[in-house]
Design a protein around this ligand. Structure first.
Ligand code: FES
Length: 119
C-alpha cells in the first residue's frame, strides 16, 4: 500500500481566533474549502453551499463569517451555519449541512489535510 499524501496548509497561528481562512483557490478565485478557528480548535468545511449545488460562499477572500462573527454565512442568499457542526440554522437550506474536511495539526502547529480528503 502506498504512503498517504498530506498537503500542509499553514501554521495554526496564521488563522486568527474566530476567523476563517480559505485554501486551494481555483482559477475562478474560489477556495476549495475553508477553516474556522474557534477556541483554538479548527473546523474545516467545503466551500460549497448545500442550497445551490456547490455554490461558493464567501463574499471576498477568507470572509466566511457573518457580520457578528458567530456563524458561517453563505453570502449568496444569507444561509447561516454553525461553525463547529456545519449545520444550517437559518436560510434556504435549513437543516442541511456543509461537507466536513478533516484537518490535522501536528505538534509543531502545522495544519494539513490528506490529499484523499480533498479530491
Ligand atoms: S447558495 Fe448559499 S444560501 Fe443560496
Amino acid at each position: 500500500m502506498g504512503e498517504v499524501q498530506a498537503k500542509v496548509l499553514c501554521h495554526i497561528d496564521e488563522i486568527e481566533e474566530g476567523a476563517t481562512k480559505g485554501f486551494l483557490e481555483n482559477d475562478a478565485g474560489h477556495d476549495l474549502f475553508f477553516v474556522v478557528k474557534l477556541d483554538g480548535r479548527l473546523f474545516a468545511w467545503r466551500n460549497a453551499c448545500p442550497h445551490v449545488s456547490g455554490a461558493p460562499m464567501a463574499w471576498r477572500k477568507d470572509a466566511y463569517m457573518d457580520a457578528k462573527k458567530q456563524h458561517v454565512a453563505c453570502h449568496a442568499h444569507g444561509a447561516l451555519f454553525e461553525p463547529d457542526t456545519g449545520l444550517c440554522i437559518q436560510g434556504p437550506c435549513l437543516g442541511q449541512s456543509l461537507a466536513k474536511v478533516p484537518v490535522h495539526v501536528d505538534q509543531a502547529g502545522m495544519v494539513s489535510v490528506l490529499i484523499t480528503d480533498i479530491n
